[in-house]
Write a protein that binds this ligand. Structure first.
Ligand code: DLL
Length: 433
């Protein structure tokens, strides 16, 4: 069952042809309608006629989040505002939000790619999909919503938060699909266990999780606790929102909707495109979007592309699960550390809860890393020796994997604030000067 066989199962030559034609048309449009891109292309001595196909993609300029901020709010839109029917924004932790706009046709494309995503996860018209991504400026809620309606599933638009209500409706309405961030899925699993609800009381079959990095260990934990299949979906507001890529039931990488979003992998230092199979930063060019078309957007997400055959029959290129961002990487005493490494260690050990918080600081000019980890209440009522032994064990494991000294603090269940959207796992006090 594939939503759009023509494009999702297209032969490579034909796909290259489609991408090339769309790119040529898009470059022409962006050059004439967006002053920012016209200037950038002129600076590189480029005219639209120099772009004849995707082999010329590498000649085009990059776009960064900073470019969107500099042109806040509507400076990069390629159509008159009268053509825009929806605005979304992603809340940055600093400075201005990144604003994105959609025409009616863009909303149609978005619904199409999300419908493909859902079908990839085995969703059909008979399903009840509980959308617990936030509705609002964030693209998660409304993006999933329109795609689900297009596919014909019954949408339960509950949005994020309100955990007890989520559980009640999940049980009473017979939700078969849960769509939310993976960290919220774990939180729901925990709340379920506390309320005495078991997976047998529910009809849940599949989870559609994305919007933040999560590990294979976390996937196993969610699949076991909720007794579902957990599917990874990826997207970003600058490109469209959810619907950029998604896993199929094979769970062997995320198929990219490359007839709309052309992927490249670049070397983070040289910014040169890398051959398929190399790890680097993911870059996207949108070729069909009207409101905010974007050239070579640097996602800062690190991954690898694959073009070998997938047993599901889709020929769309796949990307590996994102293991981190080139900019969420922490550099602690010169050592590069990803929060997902710490999560993997904890889940591997299996003696703690999957809730953790990294506190990075600089004391006497020396970076410090403190890891707070939640453990069961019984550890605190037991003799202190047990607590100390577990602390030491976690510390040793982290130090040998990460290569730096770590202070571990075990905290009681629910000490770490739960999130209803993206989990906040790092407090970097060094930046707060
Ligand atoms: O998070 C869009 C989305 C909504 C995707 C719902 C999936 C589900 P932004 O808020 O703009 O958009 O954040 C985009 O989130 O560059 C990644 O760093 C990260 N991200 C999104 N999906 C994944 C994923 C939405 N599956 C940024 N794995 C991206 C890892 C992800 N990181």
């Amino acid at each position: 069952m594939i939503w759009n066989e023509r494009y999702e199962c297209m032969g490579r030559d034909e796909m290259t042809q489609v991408q090339s034609e769309r790119l040529v048309e898009m470059v022409e449009r962006i050059y004439h309608n967006v002053a920012f891109y016209r200037r950038k292309m002129q600076d590189l001595g480029l005219e639209p006629a120099d772009i004849k196909g995707i082999e010329d993609l590498k000649k085009l300029p990059f776009t960064t989040k900073q470019d969107l901020r500099d042109n806040y709010p509507y400076g990069l839109f390629a159509v008159p505002i009268s053509e825009i029917v929806r605005i979304h924004a992603s809340s940055g932790t600093t400075g201005q939000p990144t604003v994105v706009g959609y025409t009616r046709k863009d909303i149609g494309i978005w619904s199409e790619v999300v419908a493909r995503t859902l079908r990839c996860a085995g969703v059909d018209r008979h399903d009840f999909i509980q959308i617990a991504y936030g509705y609002g400026l964030f693209t998660g809620g409304l993006g999933m919503h329109y795609g689900s309606e297009k596919l014909g599933a019954a949408v339960i638009p509950i949005s994020g938060g309100n955990t007890q209500k989520q559980l009640q409706l999940m049980r009473d309405f017979g939700s078969t699909i849960l769509a939310c961030t993976p960290s919220y899925a774990l939180y729901l699993a925990e709340a379920m266990e506390e309320s005495g609800i078991t997976p047998k009381d529910l009809s849940l079959r599949v989870g559609i999780f994305g919007a933040e990095p999560w590990t294979e260990n976390m996937r196993r934990e969610i699949e076991n606790r909720l007794q579902i299949k957990a599917i990874d979906i990826y997207g970003l507001s600058e490109i469209i929102g959810p619907g950029v890529s998604s896993e199929c039931m094979e769970q062997r990488g995320l198929h990219i909707n490359e007839d709309h979003f052309i992927p490249e992998i670049i070397d983070v230092t040289t910014l040169m495109p890398l051959p398929i199979g190399s790890k680097g930063e993911l870059v996207f060019t949108t070729v069909t979007k009207e409101g905010l078309p974007i050239l070579r957007y640097r996602t800062r997400d690190l991954t690898t592309l694959h073009d070998d055959a997938c047993p599901c029959g889709r020929t769309l290129i796949r990307m590996d699960k994102c293991t981190g961002r080139s900019d969420d990487m922490l550099i602690i005493r010169g050592v590069n550390i990803f929060p997902s490494q710490i999560e993997s260690i904890l889940l591997d050990m299996g003696e703690t809860k999957p809730h953790y918080l990294l506190i990075v600081d600089r004391i006497n000019n020396l970076d410090t890393l403190e890891v707070w980890v939640e453990v069961e209440g019984e550890y605190f009522s037991d003799e202190i020796r047990k607590l100390e032994a577990l602390t030491a064990k976690i510390r040793h494991r982290m130090e040998s994997t990460l290569g730096i000294t770590v202070k571990v603090k075990l905290v009681e269940h629910k000490t770490i604030a739960r999130s209803e959207g993206k989990a906040k796992r790092v407090i970097d006090k060094r930046n707060m000067v």
